[in-house]
Structure formats: structure tokens, C-alpha cells
Design a protein around this ligand. Sequence first.
Ligand code: ADP
Ligand code: MG
Length: 690
Amino acid sequence: MGDLELDTPIQYVKGVGPRRAEQLETLGVKTLEDLMMYFPRRFDLRREVQPICTLNDGDDNATIAGEIIDARQRHARRPIFEIQLRDESASITAKWFHGGYLAQSLRPGLVVALNGKISSYNNVLQMVNPKHQIIYDPSGAKLDQDELLPVYPAGGKLTSNIIASVIQKALPQATQLLSEWFDKAYLAKRGLMTRDKAIFAMHRPEDREQWAHARRRLAYEECLLMQLGIAITRQKEISRPAHSLLSNATVDQRIRARFPFTLTDAQDRTVAEITADLARNRPMNRLLQGDVGSGKTVVALYAALLTVANKKQVAIMAPTGILATQHYRKILAYLENSNVKTELLTGGMPVKKRNRVLAELENGDIHIIVGTHALLSKTVKFKDLALVVVDEQHKFGVEQRTGIRGKGFAPHYLVMTATPIPRTLALTVFGDLDVSTIDASPPGRGKTTTKCVSAKDIPATIKFVEKKLATGQQAYFIYPLVTPSPQLELTAAQEAYHELKDGPLGKYGVGLVHGQMPSDAKNSAMRDFSDGKTKILVASVVVEVGVDVPAANVMVITHAERFGLAQLHQLRGRVGRSTENANCILIASPGNPLALKRMEILTKTCDGFKIAEEDLRIRGPGEFFGTKQHGLPELKVADLIEDFELLRLARRDAFDIIDEDPDLAMPHNQQLRRAMLKLYADRLGLIAGA
Ligand code: ADP
Ligand code: MG
């Protein structure tokens, strides 16, 4: 028992038996080291500790602290556990009915704080059933009147108090086992506290300033480990050989001639970055982000045509069949009368056609294939795939990302996202990618005005829409998934569809798309709308991503309060894609302040990056992208928003370390390697032979 190690199972730590060990394990605490890394959520300043002699009968929130000088079980009518607590001024009795379970933890000699109500019994003051907090063992540090009381995340039967007492007991010995990861100069340069000191102070800080320092060190550590994981993943990805795809002035001009406009400066810059990437014999690994309608698809097509000019194949993937079909049609339009052969592959295709496409992919007749993630299936074989473009990455997730690459070739890889990635997430969830940003839209775009109205304004809204339709514009009517039931989603959109059809707007032609429709019906409804056969499209959220109908400049979103910020921004991006000004009308009854905040942000700005940062702030990183789905463990100490600068520092350091020592094989990196593998090995399958 005396010789604890960091990997000693928690059960053998003082104050923990098999039962508590089990409970601690549900909190992720399996070893002494885990216990040391189980940090308080916050600290409460020990409210003014009163001298016992100043207590009065009836004080109902008194806090006292002192040494237990006696503890006993008594059996009156009910079993009572009773202690005698003494401070410098006096002593008092505290009792707990049915408190036998406390006999273990509240022993004579310990110093504890008690908080609760003061009453009197036979004219003697007492505390009944107070909250207690062990401040220290006789072996521990001195009692400090300003001591911060740690509040640990509790779970099940384990209260913060129990966890605190176990940790405080183990702390002095355990911190001696902790060793430093970095040398003195490294720490000094970054202003970091040593590891043992930091971990000690996380549990028992002298004051808040010391705690903040400790927290900074551990947040750095956490960020560094994460960035090491990312740096190694990236290293592995880009160290595979890839086809070098070269360009020259002729090729460049030929490609540009395909577009009926000149590229914007932002597009030019991005094209240059991608062209440089493709020329290397290492796979490109790039995220292309730009607000909806900023012209990403055009940039992706440029990359595709450059690949085809090098006699290689391209796969372009979209998250839904509608989007894939739309990309396909757009690409066909750009490529009219060219020799580039483009095909579509989706889930619902007739078998015969599918087989033909598969055969032509394998023999190299098809240059560009557009599809859904069906393209990832094992039956799809390419002759010479050199570029994979994934549109709207956030619908896929990391597994699929590695899925594409695990196929034995190393294609260049371009991800497009119209959900602007807040800078924090660009360095974490997408941290293994280089980032290109299209930060300006093509010129001459109209302005989108957003208004938020309530349900009673619906008649006025319909009148407004009718005026716009009369001028030749088209309109979306969007309905949310009212409940998680697909059936009800259908009802909401469908009812609205019939109402609109039979109402004054019916003469403009009304179409309907929703998630439960067969893809044929969906596609034909989309086509009718984009060809202008129907002027109104009633839709559930399926139009959220990427749909491009420039003549549609009015959008009415019903129950807007039920949508998330990013989703509303995406939806709104469907309008304002031409030179006309656009209108977005949010019909909302924001019942809660957060929904109200979302509406406010949307009416104020159309800047996707601002909206994304706000969204991240409101929802937190975990929910924003579903961190778990992306293979990154949750951070316990670091706050990716507040600690952004620290994250950046850690990233630079991690990439430097991996540059110098790609497998973390050097002796001075062994601690880092061990800690990193502990967190990341099963998630990312890192480091060969580890
Ligand atoms: P995104 O994929 O970013 O949503 P797209 O590439 O689909 O954007 O472009 C949106 C619209 O803008 C399309 O209709 C496209 O034809 C047009 N567009 C793209 N680039 C330019 C440009 N440089 N000048 C004018 N129009 C452009
Ligand atoms: Mg697009």
C-alpha cells in the first residue's frame, strides 16, 4: 500500500475499496494517475469561516472549520453519528441521523469544514446533518483560512466530497510520482508551471492565481497531445506517394475558358494554392471553405479539370442524391462540347446503367464521376483515381475521410464546406487539413435582407411573397422537422403544400420536396423548380445544402425558432444567388432566450464566419460538430474558445516536435509518446507498432 505507482489500480488507493473503485471507473478513473487527472470543476471560496463561539441558534448557513476531537456512534431512538469539532474559539457537536456511513471518513484528528443550520438542543448549540468537507489529513498542508474548496464533477453515489477526500489523501504521495515532460528551458520559454506543481495546484491551489497558472499548464498539455495526434495523422496521410499533377499556361487558359465569368481574386488565390498542392508527389489534404454561393464548386471543378488534363480520374462526392445530381448537371453545363466524360452514380440507379458506369470507371473511360458516398463502396473501382472532392464535409465525418484513402491509392483530397469552420475547429476537428478560404463572393450579388416576424404576420408575408412572384421571382417555403418523427415532417410540409396550392399563390405553381420522397420524385420536383415550371418550392430541410436556383430570391422559414443557427444560415444561403436583392423571412415564436438570440444574430449579419463563431459559442464545440463523431476526445481542462492562443502555441510546438521526430521515438519524447497514445491510440490508430 505504501508503494503506489501511477498505474496502480484505483482500488488500492487509500480510501477506495472495490465498491468505490467501480463507481470511480464509471467516471473514467481507473488508476491513480487517472485520479490525479480528475480535476475539480470549480472552487468555492470557503465562505467566511466563523469562529464557533460566534454562532447563534437559528443561523441557517453557517460555515465552521476545525479539528475533529471526538467521533462516535450513538443509538437513541435512531442511530446517530456524532462528532465534536473544535476551533481556536470553542467546540460544538455536529450530528447526522443514520450517519453511520460517515464513521470511516470523519475520524478524530482530521480537519473539516461544516456548513449548515445551527440549532439548539437542551440549550446547547449543535449542527444537524450539515454538509461536510475534509480539509486535510494531519499529514496534509496547513489550514488556510482562505482555502479554496474544490468541487469535483460527481456521479452516481460518488459525491464531490467523497472524491475530494480520496484525492486529497493521495495527493502528496502521488505528486511525487509525476515526472516532467519538458526541460526547464522549454517550460520557461512558454511560461509553464512544472507538471507536478500544476497537478497539485489543480486540486489544492494556494489561491486563484496559482490555480489559473496550473490550469494553463494542463490546458497546454492537453492541446499539445491533441495536436501531436493530429500532426502524426497528417504526417501519415501526406507521406504516401501521390501523382504529381502539373499545370501550364495552356492548360490553365483552357480550363478558365470553360467558365462564363472570370474568377474572383479569392477564387484565384485558392486555385493557386490547390495547383501548387497538386503539383507535389504527396497527396493534397485541403479544406476549401467559403460561404454559400462564394464559388467553391467552380474552384473544385478547376481542380478536377486539371486532374483530367493529366489523364487521371476524379471523384466528386456530395452528401445527398439531390446535391450530387445538381453538381452533375452543373458540371455537364460547364463541360458542354468537351471531351471530358462525366457520369453520375447514385444509390437508386438502375442496375444495368450502374454496371455500365462501374465498368467504364474501371477501364478509365469516365474522367469525372459524381455521386454520393456510394462512391466509397468496395464495388467501385477506378483505373487511376487522382483527386477526390468531397462537398459539405461535415455530413461525412472522419471515418469516411479515412475510408476513401484506405483504398490502396493516395488520391489528392479536397473537402469543401459551406459551413464556415470557426478557427478553433479548423485547428482541431479539421486540424490535419490545410485550409483555403474564399472570403468574398462573386461581384454584383444582391443583398439579402432578413426579417423576423411572428405567426400573426403570415397573411402579410403571403402578400409580400405574391408581389415578388409577380415580378418573376421564385420562392422557397421551408418547414422544420416538427418532432423527431419523419411522419410529422411530411405532414407539416405536405399540409403547407396543399394550403399554398389551393390559396392565392397556387397559380404560380407549387412543388414539394421532403426527406421521405423517393429520389426520382425529389429530383423531378427540384428540376421543375430550377427550370421555373413551379415558382414556389415547399421544402423540408432537404434543401439545406448546396441547392442553387438563382431566380429564387425569397425564402420563408416557418418555425424558424426550431432551427439551429448554422442551419438557418445555410438555408438562407439558398437565396441571394443572383444580382437581385433577396428576402428571407423568419416566422418565429421564440419561446426561449437562445432562440431569440439566434434570430437576432441572423437579422443582423450575413457573415457566415461571424455566425459560425457565435454558434460555436452558444453550443460549445462538442455539440457543434459532434466531437465524438470526429474522433477527438473531449478536453477536460482546455476551453477551445477561451484558450485559442494556447491551442495555437501547442499546435506549433506539436508540429515542430513531429517534424523532428515523426514517430516520437527519441528518448526525450517518451513521456509525450506514452501520454499521447493513452489518449489517442484506439481512436486514430496512430503510430505503427505502438
Ligand atoms: P458554392 O459552391 O460556394 O456555393 P458555386 O460555385 O456553386 O458556389 O457558385 C455560386 C454561383 O455563383 C453559381 O451560380 C456560379 O455560377 C456563380 N459564380 C461562381 N464564381 C463566379 C465568378 N467568379 N463570377 C461570377 N459568378 C460566379
Ligand atoms: Mg456548392
